[in-house]
Write a protein that binds this ligand. Structure first.
Ligand code: ADP
Length: 143
């Protein structure tokens, strides 16, 4: 069984569509095994987004990701990492395939590459690191 780390980003929290997004996950048969609201510290965010920290747009991403708390979740299902990335669509909401979460709920403005609703782990190796970056063992549940 595979696990993935999800962050419902500040645009999802501000638009009050967390429930809609979580419903999509549940309807797909994904099991929520961990869930909490957190405020991202500058340090944890820099670690999470180390691969984009040197990009010119990073300061804007940092301000965005700290603008409200986020909801961190761990979800579990067979092949969930690829299935979740497919369900989200590509980074730029304007380029995301119709029916994907980013196409449906993400920004269609000039910030369509940044305000894209959800973060999801992109590989098994990343997922393993990301799950333990945000959760302790006693915050994950088998049921
Ligand atoms: P993804 O979240 O689709 O895996 P990346 O890991 O490449 O995408 O980027 C991390 C996050 O940084 C994106 O989800 C998005 O919020 C932001 N981002 C990526 N590219 C840009 C960009 N060109 N301009 C503004 N923000 C961006």
């Amino acid at each position: 069984m595979e696990r993935t780390l999800i962050l419902l980003k500040p645009d999802t929290v501000s638009k009050k569509i967390c429930g809609k997004v979580i419903s999509r996950f549940e309807e797909a048969g994904f099991r929520v095994i961990g869930c909490k609201m957190i405020k991202l510290s500058r340090e944890r965010l820099a670690e999470h987004y180390a691969h984009i920290a040197d990009k010119p747009f990073y300061p804007e991403v940092e301000a965005f990701m700290q603008s409200t708390p986020v909801i961190a979740m761990v979800l579990e299902a067979d092949g969930i990492i690829a299935k979740m990335r497919d369900m989200l669509g590509v980074t730029d909401c304007l380029a995301a395939a119709p029916g994907t979460i980013r196409a449906e709920y993400g920004s269609k403005g000039g910030d369509s590459k940044m305000r894209n609703i959800v973060h999801a782990s992109d590989s098994e190796e990343t997922a393993e690191k990301e799950v333990w970056r945000f959760f302790n063992e006693d915050e994950l549940f088998a049921y």
